[in-house]
Design a protein around this ligand. Structure first.
Ligand code: GDP
Ligand code: MG
Length: 176
């Protein structure tokens, strides 16, 4: 990317929320590097940037992602970090029912981010799911969330997720 282009690339703030070990850091790294990299536990916060481009539209969005650690003691600090976020990925782990149960709490946590600027990410789709499709659909409909099933290991759903993020953040849409 040349310098002029980099300067004109709008910066968007994306947050990844969800319980510990659902795969937020791995997902961010998969989106950034395109490959699966085993991650160590996030304590507090991971901040990374990546650029989502659309060659057809000759446009790009630079995204700064805040991957919040799952530990309760950091909640106050995390609330500060997500202020002004343009978009939220709400992540749960298909293999851990508890992470699905925690979603309501995470929805409350990101209350300021407009409904249309959120996506529900059902991660670890390469493994056997313990959350039924029906339950996921009911939750997603209740909160008007699009759902993307992803696997950081196989790459399933990663392009679709990028597309959802792109569609929400490009131009002068409501996600800014
Ligand atoms: N099988 C499988 N494991 C995953 C996937 N995504 C993440 N993991 C693993 O889940 C664990 C927790 O991931 P991490 O990104 O640290 O979770 P975080 O606490 O939400 O940031 C790590 O061992 C990852 O390698 C996935 O899609 N499939
Ligand atoms: Mg993490």
């Amino acid at each position: 990317m040349n310098g002029a282009r980099a300067e004109s690339t709008p910066l968007r703030k994306v947050v990844l929320v969800g319980s510990g070990a659902v795969g937020k850091t791995t997902l961010a790294s998969r989106l950034i590097t395109g490959t699966y990299i085993q991650q160590t536990m996030t304590v507090g916060l991971n901040v990374e940037t990546w650029t989502v481009e659309d060659s057809a539209e000759q446009a790009a969005i630079k995204i700064i992602s805040f991957d919040l650690g799952g530990q309760n003691q950091f909640r106050f600090f995390q609330q500060e970090m997500i202020r002004g976020a343009n978009f939220a990925m709400i992540v749960f782990d298909l293999t851990r029912y508890e992470s699905f149960m925690d979603l309501e709490e995470w929805m409350g946590f990101i209350g300021d981010i407009p409904e249309k600027c959120r996506v529900l990410v059902a991660n670890k789709a390469d493994m056997e799911s313990v959350v039924s499709d029906e339950e996921i659909r009911t939750f997603a409909e209740k909160h008007s969330l699009p759902v993307v099933r992803t696997s950081c290991v196989t790459g399933q759903g990663i392009e679709e997720l990028e597309r959802v993020i792109w569609e929400s953040l490009k131009g002068n849409g409501i996600c800014g």
